[in-house]
Ligand binder design. Structure first.
Ligand code: URP
Ligand code: ZN
Ligand code: ZN
Ligand code: ZN
Length: 484
């Protein structure tokens, strides 16, 4: 049984051309003019693009005394509804728990996925067991990325010494570290002071996490990665201070990637000053939303290439869960949704405004991250042999975003009321049509785990360079007698 996508324009990260795409057994088998298949999907007026890859989700994640409310079923359904065909979630050991144990837990949850997925491994504590298990995680479990939280003191945070040994271990294994870059010590102290002064509402969340704490941590992580000889991926880059650090590192030849979120690109800090407590608390996430200066910086980073990927950090909590923090903003579960809205919002605010080309849109929503994570061209490509993870994108289709018709399980949407132009006509996950002209036909359990091998070309190049430039003892001919 074959499928053919007809009459569309193929748009990839580097090419735009008219062609039909033939699919068989979940893969792209032919691209060219006048193809035919058993089933036809009409892409007249549409762009045929690689499905989105969202490298940053937290589905059913235990966090701040509760669990995020979208699981691998509702979360991946939301992803497909918005044109995203692969998510990468974080396997998160609680401090003291083994890495392989955590993977087992994530394996159990992810059997419900509607689209393909992979995991990053989080390093939330350090021991010989963690050091040893990292090798099994990379060699046997198909995970080549390790996340480090520099914030959430007393919970997930790791210190510089732990980060340095973990980054060095990543270098040995050909893996890449990720960081949540905020100075957790300073945040904790600012939180304490704000609470002491009676500043306990959601706006204090933003006051407690200014851009400076993010910029400092980003600089520190870049230095530690450089010393350890590994590439570095900075998640949810939200401000100029952090972007500036990444930009500078890249111009120095360092292999550093920055990931702005669609929320930070399109929503600003005024949300926290809304008179409605629920409105403000629903938007509490770390780092917080920033002002226009920072948003402009993030857009410029995508345009110039100093920032590489747009993600969501989808970590959705209901209004009831957010209310755990009434009277104490530090207890509001941190996180917002976005999986269904990332691609339409980025198209509307990026491509429709002329900030991004359609090819750049594909690069930052799919191809760049597939390369960074080492699953390209299985994902992130329209090529013969690639998985048929495809979005047929209708640039004329419009809707108003509303919680009333979203796939996410929560009771609100941070983009509520936003008019978007540019939506999927069809979304295909390994050849299966999951979205058909607005109708969701996703299938729970269809998603498969994507193994990602270590030693990407960038890891290899960097370790070659580090080896070549490593300190070397000078063998001397004459050594003077030591003084007394
Ligand atoms: O507020 C956020 N970002 N919640 C999810 C956990 C994290 O820090 O990524
Ligand atoms: Zn984070
Ligand atoms: Zn509101
Ligand atoms: Zn996150």
């Amino acid at each position: 049984m074959t499928k053919v996508i007809k009459n569309g324009t193929v748009v990839t990260a580097d090419l735009t051309y008219k062609a039909d795409v033939l699919i068989e057994d979940g893969k792209i088998v032919e691209i060219g003019p006048n193809l035919s298949g058993d089933e036809e999907l009409d892409a007249t007026g549409c762009y045929v693009m690689p499905g989105g890859v969202d490298p940053h989700t937290h589905l059913e994640m235990p966090f701040m005394g509760t669990y995020s409310s979208d699981d691998f079923d509702s979360g991946t359904r939301a992803a497909l509804a918005g044109g995203t065909t692969m998510v990468v979630d974080f396997a998160l050991p609680s401090p003291g728990q083994g890495l392989l144990d955590a993977i087992q837990m994530w394996d159990n949850k992810s059997t419900r996925a509607n689209c393909d997925y992979s995991f990053h491994m989080a390093i939330t504590w350090w021991s010989e067991q963690v050091f040893n298990e990292m090798e099994t995680v990379v060699r046997d479990k198909g995970i080549n990325t390790f996340k480090h939280f520099m914030a959430y003191k007393g919970a997930l945070m790791v210190n510089d010494d732990e980060m340095y040994v973990s980054f060095k271990r990543c270098a040995e294994l050909g893996a890449t570290p990720l960081v949540h870059a905020e100075n957790g010590d300073v945040v904790a102290e600012l939180q304490r002071k704000l609470m002491e002064e009676g500043n306990n509402g959601p706006e204090a969340h933003a006051y407690s996490r200014p851009p400076e704490v993010e910029g400092e941590a980003t600089n520190r992580a870049i230095m530690i990665a450089d010393m350890a000889g590994v590439p570095l991926y900075v998640v949810h880059t939200s401000c100029e201070e952090s972007h500036e650090a990444i930009r500078r590192a890249r111009t120095q030849g360092k292999r550093v990637y920055g990931e702005p979120l669609i929320q930070h690109l399109t929503l600003d800090e005024s949300e926290y000053f809304d008179k409605d407590w629920d409105h403000a608390a629903r938007r509490v996430m770390s780092p917080p939303f920033r002002n226009k200066k920072h948003q402009d910086s993030l857009w410029a980073g995508l345009q110039s290439g100093s920032l590489s990927v747009v993600a969501t950090d989808h970590c959705a909590f209901t209004t009831d869960q957010k209310r755990y923090g009434v009277g104490d903003f530090t207890k509001i579960p941190n996180g917002t949704g976005g999986l269904e809205d990332r691609m339409p919002m980025l198209w509307t605010h990026g491509v429709e405004t002329g900030r991004l080309t359609p090819n750049e849109f594909v690069a930052v929503t799919s191809t760049n991250i597939a390369k960074i994570l080492n699953c390209y061209p299985k994902k992130g490509a329209i090529l013969v042999g690639a998985d048929a993870d495809i979005v047929v994108w209708d640039p004329a289709r419009e809707k108003t975003i509303s919680a009333n018709n979203q796939q996410s399980a929560i009771d609100y949407n941070v983009f509520e009321g936003q008019q978007v132009k540019g939506l999927p006509r069809f979304t295909l996950t390994r050849g299966k049509v999951a979205v058909h002209d607005g109708e969701i036909r996703a299938e729970e359990g269809h998603g498969e785990f994507v193994m990602r091998a270590p030693n990407t070309p960038v890891n290899k190049a960097l370790s070659t360079w580090k080896e070549l430039t490593a300190p070397r003892r000078v063998e001397r001919t004459g050594i003077p007698a030591s003084g007394v």
